[in-house]
Design a protein around this ligand. Structure first.
Ligand code: CDP
Length: 229
């Protein structure tokens, strides 16, 4: 069967990665969480002290880019992908609130985007890939055969992220999360390089009132239509 490229973009915490991961597993495609890559660069920057009172030490980060190696490996037990930064498993660390509240300014840096987009395009060369993020359908894979743009109300997205952190036993405040979701939306939509926007040929999905099962069914139908189309 022919393999295609699937791009899933949308707002923060709207459940993109859950649906992308599930679909990839079901159809035997590779799943890449591009947000995890921006998060890994952010974690590295925090560890190296690149965030200062005056802002981000962009020159230091630029010089360090060749030393930042990000890769993904499947957890043999859960079959879920884990993110590695220079050989260390950072899957949990990159989901912390500290990283969430520093990631959008890092993702707005042109040289960071250029380096990561190049790696993402390499990963998708052979097709058979589901990638989620903010600019996958617009910049990384503008020729993707299936593009989905996911959205949901900010309050519902914050609630989902709150539930997710709580279920992992992490401290969380709903108000802080909502603030973070809205702030990231703002930065992601207004940045100069590759702002978050729906590609002209993307299918819009508002999943505010959809269950995971309903969303899965919806996506499977779109996939079937795309490979038969
Ligand atoms: O999981 P959530 O949707 O909250 O965020 P994420 O997908 O992990 O992405 C974290 C941050 O990375 C976003 O808020 C964006 O600022 C940035 N990002 C981006 O600019 N481009 C991408 N392709 C993916 C993420």
């Amino acid at each position: 069967m022919k393999k295609i490229t699937i791009a899933i973009d949308g707002y923060s915490s709207c459940g993109k990665s859950t649906m992308a991961k599930d679909l990839a597993r079901e159809i035997g495609y590779i799943y890449i969480d591009s947000g995890a890559m921006y998060r890994a660069v952010t974690l590295y920057s925090l560890q190296k002290g690149f965030f200062t009172e005056k802002g981000i030490e962009t020159e230091a980060l630029k010089a360090a880019m060749p030393d930042i190696h990000i890769s993904f490996r499947l957890n043999p037990e859960t079959q879920r992908p884990m993110t590695f930064l220079n050989g260390t498993n950072v899957e949990e660390a990159i989901r912390s609130m500290e990283v969430s509240s520093h990631v959008s300014p890092i993702a707005a840096l042109g040289f960071v985007r250029k380096a990561l987009v190049k790696q993402q395009q390499e990963m998708g060369k052979a097709k058979g890939i589901v990638m989620d993020g903010r600019d996958i359908g617009t910049v990384v894979f503008p020729d993707a055969e299936l593009k989905i743009f996911v959205t949901a109300s900010a309050a519902i997205r914050a609630q989902r992220r709150y539930d997710e952190l709580k279920s992992k036993g992490q401290e969380a405040s709903y108000e802080k999360i909502l603030e973070n979701v809205e702030e990231r939306d703002r930065i992601d939509q207004t940045r100069e390089v590759s702002p978050l926007r729906q590609a002209d040929d993307a299918i819009l999905l508002d999943n505010s009132h959809m269950s995971i099962a309903e969303q899965k069914q919806w996506l499977t139908e779109k996939f079937q239509a795309a490979i038969n189309g």
